[in-house]
Design a protein around this ligand. Structure first.
Ligand SMILES: Nc1ncnc2c1ncn2[C@@H]1O[C@H](C[S@+](CC[C@H]([NH3+])C(=O)[O-])CC(=O)[O-])[C@@H](O)[C@H]1O
Length: 335
C-alpha cells in the first residue's frame, strides 16, 4: 500500500491548503481500478520492494544522488546479487519506462528518452531552484522532478494523469528514503485538476504538454495562475520554423501521435506568452530531437522516434511534416 500521509503533511506544512482539500478525491479518481484494471497488479509489485527505511533497519546504508544523469539509489553494502535480480525483474513488470535514466540498486534503467539531455539544455538558464516550490506539469514518472530536487528545490509537485507513471514514481520514492523522498510528490491528475488562481509556485515547468492541449492559450493561462507573481515558467514544446504567425495544425497524426494540436514557431510561442501577460519572455534553446535521445530500449520495447520518421528522409515525419524540433522558452509572471 502506498502511504500518502507524507504528501498530506507536506502540502499542509507548505501552505498548499486549497489543493490539499481536493487530494482525497483526486487520488480516488486518478487511481480508480475500475478504470485502470492493471493498477492493483502494479501496486503489488511496489509492495514487494523494501523501503529505504526497511533496508536501513536491516543494516544497509542507502545513498541517493539526484544531481547526475541517472538518478541514483544504492545501498552499501550492495544488495545481494539475487535481490538485485529480483528487483530488476520486478521493475520490468512496470514497463514501459519512458523518462529517465535511473540507476536503482545496481540496475540501470535505460529509458526511451535521455531526459537528462533535456535537463542539460535548460538547467543553466532557469532561475536557480534553490529553496523554490516547483510544479512539473506532465511529469511522467517524475525523472525531472528528482533533478529539480537535486538542483535544490524545497518542494516539488509533479502531476501526470497516467496511473502507470504514478506507480513508477511511487516505487522510486519508496526506495529513495525520507531525506530526498519528502521533497518530491506526485499526483495522478492533469493540469485541468490544479485549482485555479493558486498564485503559489515559484517555478512551473510544462514540458512536452502544450502540443497535446486543444486550447494552448488556456494552458498558458492555467500555468500562469499556478505561479506566484514574479514566478518563472519553463515551457518546452514542439515547434516548427517560421515567423510569429506560423503554426502547424496536423490534419491527422503527427509523428504517429494522434493527439497533437498546435505546433507554433518559437516566435509565435513568444507572442502567445506575451499576449497572455507574461514578461521577460525568451527562447533559450531550439533542438531537433535526435535518434539517440528518443529510442526503443530494453525498458521500452515499443516503436520510437526512428519508426515515426520517413525512412527515406529523416528530416520529415512519416506523415511528411518537419521532424520533431523542440524549443525551451522562459517567461515570468509579472508582479
Ligand atoms: N492534461 C494533462 N495534464 C498534464 N499532463 C498530461 C495531460 N495529458 C497528458 N499528460 C502527460 O504529459 C506527458 C507528456 S510527455 C512529457 C514528459 C516530460 N515532461 C518530459 O518533458 O520529458 C511528452 C513527451 O514525450 O515529450 C505524458 O506523460 C502525459 O501522460
Amino acid at each position: 500500500m502506498i502511504n500518502y500521509a507524507p504528501l498530506y503533511q507536506k502540502f499542509a506544512e507548505e501552505g498548499l491548503t486549497r489543493w490539499l482539500a481536493r487530494i482525497p478525491e483526486q487520488l480516488e479518481h486518478g487511481l480508480d481500478s475500475k478504470r485502470y484494471s492493471d493498477l492493483p497488479g502494479w501496486q503489488r509489485v511496489v509492495d514487494k520492494f523494501s523501503s529505504a527505511e526497511e533496508l536501513t533497519e536491516q543494516g544497509y546504508q542507502v545513498t541517493t544522488d539526484l544531481d547526475r544523469s541517472a538518478v541514483l539509489i544504492k545501498a552499501s553494502p550492495a544488495l545481494p546479487e539475487s535481490e538485485q535480480a529480483k528487483y530488476r525483474n520486478l521493475m520490468k513488470k512496470l514497463m514501459p519506462w519512458r523518462k529517465g535514466p535511473f540507476e536503482i540498486h545496481g540496475t540501470h534503467i535505460d529509458t526511451e528518452w535521455r531526459s537528462d539531455w533535456k535537463w542539460d539544455r535548460l538547467a543553466e538558464f532557469v532561475a536557480p531552484l534553490h529553496n523554490r516550490r516547483v510544479l512539473d506539469v506532465g511529469c511522467g514518472s517524475g525523472y525531472h522532478c528528482w533533478r529539480m530536487a537535486g538542483a535544490g528545490a524545497r518542494f516539488v509537485v509533479g502531476i501526470d494523469p497516467s496511473p502507470r507513471f504514478h506507480i513508477q514514481f511511487q516505487l522510486v520514492r519508496k526506495l529513495m528514503g525520507q531525506a530526498d523522498g519528502n521533497k518530491v510528490f506526485h499526483l495522478p491528475v492533469g493540469i485541468e485538476d490544479v485549482p485555479p488562481e493558486l498564485d503559489y509556485f515559484d517555478t512551473v515547468f510544462s514540458m512536452g504538454v502544450l502540443y497535446h492541449r486543444r486550447s494552448p492559450i488556456d494552458h498558458l493561462y492555467q500555468l500562469k495562475e499556478a505561479l506566484r507573481p514574479g514566478g518563472e515558467l519553463v515551457l518546452e514544446t514542439l515547434v516548427v520554423d517560421g515567423d510569429a504567425q506560423q503554426v502547424l495544425v496536423p490534419t491527422d497524426r503527427y509523428a504517429m501521435m494522434n493527439n497533437v494540436w498546435y505546433l507554433p514557431s518559437p516566435d509565435a510561442l513568444v507572442l502567445w506568452l506575451e499576449k497572455c501577460g507574461f514578461v521577460n519572455v525568451r527562447v533559450v534553446d531550439i533542438s531537433v530531437t535526435s535518434l539517440e535521445e528518443q529510442r526503443s530500449t530494453e525498458w521500452m520495447s515499443y516503436q520510437s522516434l526512428k519508426d515515426f520518421l520517413d525512412p527515406q528522409d529523416p528530416t520529415k515525419t512519416v506523415e511528411g511534416y518537419p521532424a520533431p524540433k523542440r524549443a525551451v522558452v522562459l517567461a515570468e509572471r509579472p508582479y
